[in-house]
Design a protein. Structure first.
Length: 160
């Protein structure tokens, strides 16, 4: 599997990954494991998107806009729906505009309102990514559908 997906490395337990043999308790081990694994998945995503010239945050903005297509969306709506809420949505929009993947327009009646929408080039790029995304998501296929569902329930429970 690793030869087929070069961005995957040989799996190791969290103890081996961070070279720590003991934890205070299972709660500490779980928290460190979730943080480490989240960063690991984020880095895999970055490596996957790099050939497309996108960051994870830019990809997230494009996916949000595709979901609203063909409607225009207010910038603050995009910001509220982003996975990384600490991202500077205005800066991301500027970079995506420079790549001609989206357009932006100030509302004439309300200068504080900025509408954005995805372009045909943005939609085409997302289609190209979608074709290759299945290979990238193979990492999640290590879990059965039931295990993935249980993981989702546990992660949702942490945020309650």
């Amino acid at each position: 599997m690793f030869a087929k997906y070069p961005y995957l490395s040989k799996p190791m337990r969290i103890e081996e990954e961070i070279q720590q043999s003991r934890f205070k308790d299972e709660y500490e081990r779980a928290m460190i494991n979730v943080l480490f694994t989240g960063n690991w998945l984020h880095n895999l995503n970055n490596q996957f998107l790099k050939p497309f010239g996108l960051t994870v945050q830019q990809f997230n903005v494009l996916r949000i806009l595709r979901g609203q297509y063909p409607q225009k969306v207010m910038l603050n709506v995009v910001q509220a729906r982003m996975l990384d809420r600490m991202s500077n949505a205005s800066r991301l929009v500027d970079k995506l505009m420079a790549k001609e993947l989206l357009k932006r327009e100030a509302c004439q009646s309300d200068r504080r309102r900025v509408d954005i929408w995805i372009t045909a080039a943005g939609l085409t790029l997302l289609e190209e990514i979608d074709e290759k995304m299945e290979n990238f998501q193979a990492v999640m296929q290590k879990l059965s559908a039931e295990e993935a569902q249980q993981l989702n329930l546990l992660l949702d429970k942490l945020r309650e």
